[in-house]
Design a protein around this ligand. Structure first.
Ligand SMILES: C[S@@+](CC[C@H](N)C(=O)[O-])C[C@H]1O[C@@H](n2cnc3c(N)ncnc32)[C@H](O)[C@@H]1O
Length: 273
């Protein structure tokens, strides 16, 4: 039996049956206090100043690019780049009338159409987990960053997700199956070595953990009920195991004992001057 989960759609949003589903998904995530917290931290670590040129890779709906543009205005410039036409159209619509120095372009991070050293800061937020070739993508980000500039990538680490359950073996099989739907489920903890490999200096990794003690706060992204039934269909868990695991989840949530932890790693490095 095939144990490979169906691929997650952020790799090629435009080819999905409902591309706007992914816009709604990003908006729901954007509303979370934790997401706002880690995003603010990435902005701090970028040491943004007016006048800088910034590239936001995999910019999605462009919300972060707008925040970056406000930080480098009036004479700086932000480019939001995304592989998806749907995302770029949405980002352009949202930036209209904002009078910020930001432009949105469609492109593939594996082959950036920018000159060497074109940006002072280069950032990617939850994009690398969806890429077929993260090494090539990072090479491109480093290439377009100017000497002395900062490269920053933030990713959740799907391979160290924790969920308190009396059925840890079911959790392990279920999460491994879910992770197989992603191109790079462990890229968050692989970037440290990759940054070193590309000769970046001052390489640092900062963890931020999203603790959820109410299932409702993560249900729209986690979708454990539907996901567990898919795992059952693929033969990863039995019906009895799925029933027991989900019954515990509901009971833990009802009695205030639900516990789920998901760590985001922010990796930063500087291109040698
Ligand atoms: C999970 S979303 C994150 C969007 C945004 N960074 C945020 O945090 O809200 C991942 C984004 O990466 C884009 N993406 C996927 N593959 C890409 C590629 N090869 N080049 C550029 N963008 C890509 C997707 O279209 C999507 O908008």
């Amino acid at each position: 039996m095939d144990r490979q989960a169906p691929r997650a759609g952020f790799t090629d949003v435009d080819r999905e049956s409902d591309p706007r589903f992914y816009i709604r998904c990003l908006d729901a995530q954007h509303a979370s206090a934790f997401k706002q917290r880690y995003k603010r931290r990435t902005f701090d670590l970028l040491e943004l100043r007016p006048g800088q040129r910034v590239l936001d890779v995999g910019c999605g709906t462009g919300q972060d690019a707008l925040a970056l543009a406000a930080a480098v205005a009036p004479d700086g410039r932000v480019v939001g780049l995304d592989f998806s036409r749907t995302m770029i159209d949405e980002a352009r619509g949202r930036s209209r009338g904002k009078a910020l120095p930001v432009a949105f372009v469609r492109g593939d991070v594996h082959h950036l159409a920018f000159a060497d050293d074109a940006f002072d800061r280069c950032r990617a937020d939850r994009t690398f987990q969806h890429l077929p070739e993260p090494r090539q993508a990072l090479a491109e980000m480093v290439r377009v960053t100017a000497p002395g500039g900062i490269v920053l990538i933030v990713e959740p680490d799907h391979e160290s997700r924790l969920f308190d359950s009396p059925y840890p073996d079911v959790s392990r099989r279920f999460f491994a199956f879910r992770n197989s739907s992603l191109r790079q489920p462990g890229v968050a903890h692989q970037l440290y070595a990759l940054f070193k490999e590309f000769g970046l200096t001052e390489v640092a990794v900062e963890p931020l953990t999203e603790i959820a003690t109410e299932y409702a706060s993560i249900a729209h992204v986690a979708q454990f009920e539907g996901g567990m039934r898919i795992a059952q269909r693929y033969g990863v868990v039995t019906e009895e195991e799925a029933d027991a695991w989900l019954a515990h989840l509901a009971e833990a949530d009802r009695t205030g004992r639900f516990f789920h932890a998901f760590t985001y790693f922010i990796t930063t490095g500087r291109k040698p001057a």
